[in-house]
Design a protein around this ligand. Structure first.
Ligand code: C5P
Length: 232
């Protein structure tokens, strides 16, 4: 799996999404489809976008009992997505069930990535609401190791954590990192950000980039700049 830029398609409708995708006449970017678009448009949006030739990271962050997640993952696998994800907090049994559900009759399956602690969770909310008292960076690394031991392919993490995740879980364990901004760009609501170049340096495998591309005056040029800085 080579390094790649994944565009976060955080649009509210299929119409907006296709208007954006129509701008790309030469390349077929890897796309992330999240809950908003999937719940608005249903699985048909995934089929349509696959038909247009894009690879898809379906970011639905499953978290339920192992049997339910296994069956849901079988449905997503049939949609032919390339990457899907779940919460490592669902525990090893759930992650193993997910892998079983994803694996097709011919042995192939989409990549499966874990979410550790969401970046919206801080030490205080983790302690108060979840009764987890270890330092949050250790909790993230523990979840990463648990995901690896369950057989998953990688985790979503900050580009700032990607190097450590590779040290702990091996360089083949994938790091998919949002929170990427151009050096001269707007940070928006992201706090801990990194440029595509720095994310490449530190060893991120995939960067997930939303607004720096989707809201750019020229999204195709912004995408190409991202690829140039991160991949080339
Ligand atoms: O627009 P922006 O580049 O900030 O988009 C980043 C994408 O990555 C969004 O879809 C966001 O939900 C997602 N994401 C994130 N931080 C995380 C996990 C996911 O920004 N920790």
């Amino acid at each position: 799996m080579g390094k790649d830029v994944i565009i976060a398609c955080d649009f509210a409708s299929a119409e907006q999404t296709y208007a954006f995708l129509d701008l790309f006449t030469e390349e077929k970017p890897f796309l992330k489809i999240g809950m908003e678009l999937f719940y608005a448009e249903g699985p048909q949006i995934v089929r349509e976008i696959k038909k247009r030739g894009h690879r898809i990271f379906l970011d639905l962050k499953l978290h339920d009992i192992p049997n339910t997640v296994k069956k849901a993952m079988a449905v997503l696998s049939n949609l032919d997505v390339d990457i899907c994800n779940l919460h490592a907090a669902g525990t090893t049994a759930m992650m193993k069930g997910a892998l079983e559900g994803l694996t097709r009759a011919d042995g192939t399956r989409p990549l499966l990535i874990a979410v550790t602690q969401l970046t919206s969770t801080d030490q205080e909310s983790m302690e108060q609401d979840l009764l987890i008292h270890e330092p949050i960076d250790q909790v993230v690394m523990h979840y990463a190791k648990t995901a690896k031991n369950a057989g998953l392919d990688g985790i979503v993490c900050s580009p700032l954590e990607a190097g450590k995740v590779h040290d702990v879980c091996g360089k083949d364990f994938l790091t998919i990192t949002p929170g990427v901004r151009f050096a001269d760009g707007d940070k928006g609501d992201q706090k801990r950000v990194m440029t595509p170049e720095a994310a490449k340096e530190i060893g991120s495998d995939y960067i997930v980039v939303g607004r720096p591309i989707t809201q750019a005056a020229d999204p195709v040029a912004a995408y190409r700049r991202c690829v140039k800085e991160f991949v080339d």
